[in-house]
Ligand binder design. Structure first.
Ligand code: GAP
Length: 446
């Protein structure tokens, strides 16, 4: 079993991630998240908010609608430009993204009479055709052009069309940013690699508005800041790198893009993108909506259409990188231990609380008291089922950094043991010091 397969198995067994609608056969590219997955995603969001929104000044949040009228995507260029090239096998009817097919991502591609053959059955492939990645719907009971609407393919457009709302209500001054966390939808031709490429996913995006002449400076600033975010999180140097796009690779709105790539099991691949979107989007929305999205500079006494620097990352893709980065196996008492060495800031539970035995009411009631003491301060989990060794293993497997055990000595001297996930070492501490001790241990982690 590969590491990725092992991780997928743990995610399902332990309640991080499930295939969506599995009892109906599932739907490719869609996933559901269990308690641990939701907690882990929330931790990722909070760390991003801290790094991108709250650590600086003048960065404001919005939450825009998921479905928007056709006009938005005419203006943004997504209707015209947001497509992949698709080929289909005339024999087995599998469909492939032409660029991925040629890179060998579906397997070895044989060439006959100058034409690529199906990598799965060597059948003849159709000519390539364009395939728009947006999900289309209609709003209201009548299906006509004026009711045509789209599920957003990026959160960014909701930021651009709200530019003036935020600018005026927050009395923002350049440079300033508008950030958004939320769902995006893309009808990917071949969703793959677990949660790496999905059809419904969440993005965390910042649109940072600057004076045009300062855009390059801010592009470098955000590229560096976002790269350092991963190092601070505990990603190993060797597993992340930056890659500068060539002119041919740039999206229709971008004048420069840098990807932060992670070393996924299939090789380095995009984790986050940082793009210079210039004034493309605001200008385009001005044209299509006949509104005036601009910044009036009091000092210069002139209207400015700001340039935009955009760091954008998918939460699930980052979640996959986190799972891969912190998964480990070691040997304990002759057994292989599966473990997520999450830093406490990411761990779904910070502490677990156990009575040594579940058939001794005095231990159980003390353990429940300790649990209610710690759960006010930390995400905590109470468990009294199975042997103490099994309970430790279960917490190791979901990445809980600290386990508290209430034993017979507790009844005598009001102390409990605190076990460190990574070293498996235990120390005894007084129940009265429990919250401050956990706080200290979390702070000195790494
Ligand atoms: N607003 C810019 C934008 O959307 P993108 O490179 O298409 O740019 C940004 O997407 C990030 O969103 C990617 O770096 C990736 O982390 C995530 N992402 C994009 N498509 C995804 C998909 N199908 N499934 C999961 N995450 C995806």
């Amino acid at each position: 079993m590969t590491t990725l397969e092992r991780i997928i198995q743990i995610c399902k067994q332990r309640g991080f991630i499930f295939n969506s609608a599995e009892i109906y056969g599932g739907l490719k590219g869609f996933y559901d998240f269990g308690h641990l997955g939701v907690l882990l995603k929330n931790n990722i969001k909070n760390l991003w908010l801290k790094d991108v929104v709250f650590s600086g000044e003048n960065i404001f949040l919005v939450e825009s609608a998921l479905i928007g009228p056709r006009k938005i995507y005419e203006a943004s260029g997504h209707l015209e430009n947001f497509y992949d090239l698709l080929v289909e096998c005339k024999n087995c009817h599998n469909r492939f993204r032409a660029d991925h097919l040629l890179k060998g991502e579906y397997g070895e591609v044989k060439i006959k009479d100058n034409r690529a053959l199906c990598p799965l059955c060597e059948g003849e492939l159709t000519e390539q055709r364009t395939f728009n990645l947006m999900f289309k719907t209609n709003v209201g009971p009548v299906e006509e052009l004026s009711s045509e609407a789209y599920l957003r393919p990026e959160t960014a457009q909701g930021i651009f069309y709200n530019f003036k709302n935020v600018l005026t209500t927050m009395r923002a001054k350049l440079p300033f940013g508008i950030a958004q966390i939320g769902k995006s939808f893309r009808n990917e031709i071949t969703p793959r690699n677990f949660i790496f490429r999905m059809r419904e996913f969440e993005q965390m995006e910042l649109e940072f508005f600057t004076y045009p002449e300062e855009a390059n400076k801010w592009f470098d600033y955000w590229a560096e800041k976002r790269f350092n975010f991963y190092l601070k999180l505990g990603f190993k140097d060797k597993n992340i790198r930056q890659r500068v796009y060539s002119k041919e690779e740039l999206a229709h709105y971008s004048s420069a893009t840098i990807d932060i790539e992670y070393n996924f099991p299939w090789g380095f691949d995009e984790l986050e993108g940082i793009a210079n979107r210039t004034d493309y989007d605001l200008k385009s929305h001005n044209k299509f909506s006949e509104s005036e999205l601009f910044y009036f500079d009091e000092k210069r006494k002139e209207k400015i259409i700001p340039y935009v620097i955009e760091p954008s990352v998918g939460i699930e893709r980052l979640l996959l990188a986190v799972l891969l980065e912190f998964y480990d196996e070691d040997k304990i008492e002759g057994e292989t231990r599966k473990i997520f060495r999450f830093p406490p800031s990411l761990a779904p539970f910070k502490v677990a609380v156990f009575p040594l035995l579940n058939n001794r009411p005095e231990l159980v009631s003390k353990a429940r008291k300790v649990y209610s003491l710690v759960k006010k301060n930390f995400q905590a989990f109470y468990d009294e089922n199975g042997s103490i060794g099994r309970r430790y293993r279960r917490q190791d497997e979901i990445g809980t950094p600290f386990c508290l055990t209430i034993d017979f000595q507790t009844l005598e001297d009001e102390t409990i043991t605190i076990r460190n996930r990574d070293t498996t070492k235990q120390e005894r501490i007084k129940i009265t010091n429990i919250n401050s001790r956990i706080r200290k241990l979390i702070n000195k982690f790494r």
